[in-house]
Design a protein. Structure first.
Length: 154
C-alpha cells in the first residue's frame, strides 16, 4: 500500500470514527423519522431538484421506475411528496416535496449544520483555518464529479 493510500485510509477511518461518536452521543432528527434509506434518498434528491419527472428522478436515484413508484406511493401516503400533472404534457407526472417534506429535509439539514457548527467552534483559529482550507480543496476536487448528473449514493 502506498503512502497516499494509507493517508486516504486514515481519513476514511477518521470519518467513520466521527460518525460513530456522533451517533453515540448526539441526538439527531434523523433518528426520529420513520423513513427507509430509499425514501430519504428520494426526498434528498427532490429537495435538490425541485419538481421533476419520475423518469428524471429514477435516473438520478438509480432506481427502476417500478421501485420508484413504490417509494413515491409510501412518501405520498405520509404527505411528504406530491404528484401533479405536468402543465406542458399531461402524460408526465411531476413529483415534488410537499411543504411537510420540505420542512423535514430542512430540519435534517439544519440539525447537521448545527452539529457541525458546535464541533468547529471547539477548534482554535489556526485549526479552523486549516479545516476551511481542506474543505476548499475537497470542493475543488468534486468539480469533475458535478459535471455529470448521475445516481446519488448515500
Amino acid at each position: 500500500m502506498t503512502d497516499r493510500e494509507q493517508v486516504i485510509g486514515r481519513i476514511l477511518e477518521t470519518q467513520q470514527q466521527m460518525r460513530r461518536r456522533l451517533t453515540e452521543v448526539q441526538t439527531h432528527p434523523l433518528m426520529d423519522i420513520q423513513l427507509t434509506m430509499s425514501q430519504l434518498k428520494v426526498m434528498i434528491v427532490l429537495g435538490r431538484l425541485g419538481a421533476t419527472s419520475g423518469q428524471n428522478l429514477a435516473r438520478r436515484t438509480g432506481f427502476s421506475l417500478a421501485t420508484l413508484t413504490g417509494v413515491i406511493d409510501r412518501l405520498a401516503a405520509q404527505n411528504l411528496v406530491s404528484r401533479r400533472e405536468d402543465p406542458n404534457d399531461r402524460r408526465v407526472r411531476r413529483l415534488e416535496l410537499t411543504p411537510a417534506g420540505t420542512d423535514l429535509i430542512d430540519r435534517l439539514i439544519a440539525a447537521g449544520e448545527e452539529q457541525q457548527h458546535r464541533i468547529l467552534d471547539r477548534l482554535d483559529d489556526a485549526s479552523l483555518d486549516l479545516v476551511a482550507h481542506a474543505f476548499d480543496l475537497l470542493l475543488d476536487a468534486t468539480a469533475a464529479d458535478s459535471v455529470q448528473p448521475g445516481p446519488l449514493s448515500l
